[in-house]
Design a protein around this ligand. Structure first.
Ligand SMILES: Nc1ncnc2c1ncn2[C@@H]1O[C@H](COP(=O)(O)OP(=O)(O)OP(=O)(O)O)[C@@H](O)[C@H]1O
Length: 235
């Protein structure tokens, strides 16, 4: 894993040259994002292979959240190109792209009127997921692993704690079986025991199907060591 050289004016990240590899999952070339008249990051080169567990680290304000949002297609890049599974971003429909690469926000939006069950099953009514069935047993099993019974599914999301909202958002992503998870401080709102349960759940999710990968942002260096094999660091 050799860092790709960039000019002195640009930021660098740990990269792997993957252009021709059939296992290439996500590649970002010369990525740059401008916000309010300044570059948040620029000249980023990054690559992830199928099956990789990668950490995204860097000081507060270095742009980890904005990078994840850009990789997820939620924020348009100012410069650069994204290639997912050998296909440039512009050749994907956004719903299809977002079903392959899923972003878990630090403070996810769930609405406040619906139950957990309604939030989890809503994406399956979208056209892009019409060929997928809602995975009842996967969700039941995951809930059990996280220490909740099926009564959790009937809770109105407006009554959930921050940690419970994070868990609900994570389950919503896992139900759609993406290839790449972008996890933005996924356990920040959880107590240590619940955080460990989420780590175990994600570990099992990743091992379950070859090729599943994640990019995991956390300020907890012990967690990064447990959950990631290499890191991309923003300066
Ligand atoms: N939409 C936006 N427009 C302009 N600037 C933005 C926008 N979103 C974020 N920023 C700025 O980009 C910088 C990076 O923010 P970001 O939240 O990505 O950092 P971070 O590394 O995730 O921080 P933390 O570790 O504290 O969560 C900050 O200075 C932030 O104010």
């Amino acid at each position: 894993m050799k860092p790709v050289a960039t000019s002195a004016a640009t930021r660098t990240a740990d990269t792997v040259p993957l252009t021709k590899s059939p296992a290439a999952l996500l590649q970002g070339r010369n990525l740059g994002l401008q916000g309010q008249g300044r570059w948040i990051w620029r000249g980023l080169e990054l690559a992830m292979a199928a099956g990789e567990r990668v950490a995204l680290t860097g000081p507060s304000g270095s742009g980890k959240t904005t990078l994840m949002r850009a990789l997820a297609g939620l924020v348009p890049l100012t410069e650069g190109e994204l290639v997912l599974e050998q296909r440039p971003l512009q050749h994907w429909s956004m719903p299809e792209y977002r079903s392959r690469i899923a972003y878990l926000a630090q403070r996810p939006e769930l609405g406040d009127g619906d139950t957990v069950q309604a939030v989890l099953s809503a994406p399956f009514s979208y056209r892009c997921h019409r060929n997928q069935d809602y995975p009842h047993s996967l969700i039941e099993q995951a809930l059990h692993q996280l220490g909740h019974d099926s009564g959790f599914l009937q809770r109105p999301v407006g009554t959930l704690s921050g940690g419970e909202q994070q868990i609900t958002a994570l389950l919503r992503l896992l139900a759609l079986q993406p290839a790449l998870l972008l996890l933005d401080e996924p356990t920040a709102a959880l107590d240590p025991r619940a955080a460990l349960a989420v780590e175990q759940l994600l570990d099992a999710w990743q091992r379950d199907t070859p090729g599943r990968a994640w990019l995991w942002s956390s300020h907890d260096s012990d967690q990064i060591t447990r959950m990631c094999a290499r890191r991309i660091t923003l300066p």
